[in-house]
Design a protein around this ligand. Structure first.
Ligand SMILES: [Zn+2]
Length: 606
């Protein structure tokens, strides 16, 4: 429906509107006989933005019946509470909900009903402020998780791209009702750090999820994958020109985004050119072209992150601007042909923590989220940023000739317990291909690090052998075998339809040892399997949402008789018939934590 109406609006195709009408008539005939209760029951299933589509059809045709149809397609289980400023979203499929509120926003514009406005505004507020990660995206494994534990909800599948596509659409509606810098600030955050980050500039392929704990971007393929995020995903990149400027009547102009562009405003006889290399540089320049002077209130976004050095020069002369970060700087004058406005907004480094855990932080430079390439998985406190509180970014140095890139020693940025290299930070939108990266760091003081290091080192010292599931090199080195098994190629492995997988891990002969396995607590859906070592069953495991929103480890003790006379053993994950095994996110053999056993020396393998 939306596509048909786009064909009508953007391509002037009246036949497309005609087809949309007939489709809507069909939907009306099909649902007229349903009671409201039956309608609501039907709407429990994902139905996209159909209420928005019918509302738009009403706007184009003026036919009341389509507005009534749109309102009948409002799913009250979530719209009702939101209109009372209640958030009942935890555990719900995220992108099933977002389009419903783009729909209520459009319906409010056409009906003036306050409840619809409140629902749309409240939904935006609660999702952006309580459920959104640093890149402006939301959801974990497509779901809304508990906001009070967002900092733990960093599994492999954070931030579905479609969700952000829809949140930006909703943001445009809200900004047009009330031009708050907060809306435009969010738009910028999500645009540079999620949308721009979601396309591989080499292949043109799009991301479904964008992992934030540690992982690599997974892209669609030209012929073998076509997700929701491929469809809306390609549309995203045709929309960079979409929300740069907004106007209020003929007297006020907002510059929301700093993107090289040209605004043509025929009614005023104005052509406004924006020249900038943003976000490589924290400045922009506007050049006015007009035949006669134009009185205009020009409002330039003073971004929330521009906390020092923001200034505006009109024709080279500094404006007496008193705007604060997260508002608009206003220049009112008669604009003449050739007038220029230069805006300086120096970027600076800072960290941004979670509401529920201010000590888990992401690094930002101006509007950009930074990430670091890393092969290591999160472990213990790592990745960690080690520095004094309130002064986390001191000691990070700009990389000469590489805009927005920084480097830090392992004294400050620690990717793994054993890491001792310099770490380079770069914008997440520039991290592409099969490079693995981390975004979030645990902020700890040097004193804490020194205090905890012995514990970490003790755990490391107990490690006899470890395989990185899904990691090609590591798996090959550990004699990987399997049937009906899958992996993301970097972090996990599972088996499906009764399949299996195994690795050979080193053991210390004749000593009691432990098998430690890492799982994702949100895994569910028929995951029942046995763990076998040296052909003997060690445990039967069921994964069914065991610890929603977090990784956890289980330790299984390996009896001494099994390690007798062996220097390595096969660890096998065997799914029950028709079931899945795993996902396994980590697998290691440790010397026993039992005090007597731990006294025996461990031979450490590399
Ligand atoms: Zn999607």
């Amino acid at each position: 429906m939306a596509g048909l109406m786009d064909a009508y609006v953007y391509c002037d195709n009246p036949q497309a509107l005609q087809v949309a009408r007939r489709l809507a008539d069909w939907a009306k005939t099909g649902t007229d006989k349903l009671t409201d209760e039956q309608m609501q029951k039907m709407l429990e299933i994902e139905h996209g933005g159909i209420n928005e589509a019918f509302a738009n059809l009403y706007a184009f045709t003026g036919e009341e019946k389509y507005l009534q149809l749109a309102l009948r397609f409002n799913h009250m289980e979530v719209i009702g509470p939101a209109s009372n400023r209640e958030d009942n979203l935890t555990g719900k499929h995220a992108n099933t909900q977002i389009p419903k509120f783009v729909g209520t926003a459009r319906e409010y514009e056409l009906t003036g009903q306050d409840r619809l406005k409140t629902a749309s505004e409240f939904f935006w507020d609660t999702v952006v402020k309580n459920r959104t990660y640093v890149i402006g995206g939301n959801s974990l494994g497509e779901m809304f998780t508990a906001p009070e534990k967002l900092s733990e909800a960093l599994g492999p599948n954070t931030c579905e791209t479609c969700n952000t596509y829809n949140m930006l659409k909703l943001t445009r509606h809200l900004f047009s009702w009330e031009p708050r810098a907060e809306y435009a600030d969010y738009y910028e955050r999500a645009l540079y750090n999620h949308i721009l980050a979601s396309q591989n500039p080499v292949t043109g392929m799009m991301c479904y999820f964008l992992p934030l704990a540690a992982g690599q971007k997974q892209y669609s393929t030209p012929e073998d994958s076509f997700w929701c995020c491929t469809g809306t995903g390609i549309e995203n990149h045709a929309k960079y020109g979409d929300s740069i400027f907004f106007h209020q009547g003929q007297t006020s102009l907002f510059a929301n985004l700093f993107i090289a562009s040209e605004l043509r405003w025929p009614a005023l006889g104005l052509v406004l050119r924006q020249e900038t290399k943003y976000p490589e540089q924290g400045r922009t320049r506007f050049v006015f072209a007009c035949e006669k002077p134009i009185p205009l209130r020009f409002q330039i976004r003073h971004p929330y992150w521009a906390t020092s050095g923001f200034d505006i020069r009109v024709n080279g002369v500094k404006e007496p601007d008193e705007s604060v970060p997260g508002s608009y700087a206003v220049v009112v004058r008669n604009w003449n042909n050739g007038d220029t406005v230069e805006v300086n907004m120096p970027f600076s480094l800072r960290t941004e923590g979670f509401h529920d855990n201010p000590h888990r932080v992401a690094l930002m430079y101006g509007p950009l989220v930074l990430c670091a390439e890393s092969q290591a998985d999160p472990e213990g406190t790592c990745p960690a940023i080690i520095n004094e509180e309130g002064n986390l970014t001191s000691g990070l140095k700009a990389v000469p000739g590489q805009p927005c890139n920084f480097t830090g020693s392992s004294q400050i940025l620690r990717l793994s317990l054993e890491n001792s290299n310099y770490v380079t930070l770069e914008p997440i939108h520039a991290m592409h291909g099969n490079r693995k990266y981390v975004v979030y760091w645990n902020a700890i003081t040097s004193a804490e690090w020194q205090r905890n290091l012995p514990d970490y080192q003790a755990l490391e010292a107990r490690t006899v052998d470890r395989v990185l599931p899904g990691h090609d090199e590591s798996e090959r080195a550990h004699g990987f075998q399997g049937a009906s098994t899958g992996t993301d190629g970097s972090r996990w492995r599972d088996a499906f339809a009764g399949g299996w997988f195994s690795w050979d891990l080193k053991v210390n002969p004749g000593q009691p040892q432990e098998l430690r396995v890492k799982y994702w607590g949100g895994d569910t859906g028929g995951r029942e399997f046995d763990i076998l070592v040296a052909g003997q069953k060690l445990a039967t495991v069921t994964l069914d949402n065991n610890k929603p929103g977090e990784f956890y480890e289980e330790t299984y003790s390996i009896p001494t008789e099994l390690t007798q006379g062996r220097s390595k053993m096969t660890v096998k994950f065997q799914a029950h018939p028709g079931k899945m095994a795993g996902g396994v996110f980590g697998c290691a053999i440790l010397t026993s934590s039992d005090t007597n056993a731990a006294a025996q020396p461990a031979t450490r393998s590399q």
